[in-house]
Design a binder for this molecule. Structure first.
Ligand SMILES: [Zn+2]
Length: 95
């Protein structure tokens, strides 16, 4: 089974415009200057509404909800690793 990614890229093209509320009119817009280019950082994307002309940035990644079971599994894994590492260090460093 292939593990599913926790961080997903989000595309706002089919979402509602925050200004006029029309669905499906957002289009990608290039960063206009260096500041916008730097501030993107792979987290933001700039969009323009073809209906009303609104332009702004929208967050372009979304975190997948992680189940409690997965979190508990990783916590258990961390604790088990810590116990094993401590045991190994005591076994070899205390000679
Ligand atoms: Zn709009």
């Amino acid at each position: 089974m292939k593990p599913e990614p926790i961080i997903l890229r989000k595309d706002h093209i089919f979402e509602k415009c925050p200004n006029c509320g029309v669905v499906g009119k957002l289009r990608h817009s290039r960063p206009k200057n260096l500041l916008e280019n730097i501030s993107k950082l792979g987290i933001w994307d700039y969009f323009r509404c073809r209906e009303c002309g609104w332009r702004g940035k929208r967050i372009s990644i979304s975190l997948k909800s992680i189940s409690i079971k997965t979190i508990l599994f990783y916590l258990f894994l961390m604790l088990a690793t810590a116990v094993i590492v401590r045991f190994v260090i005591q076994k070899f460093a205390m000679k």
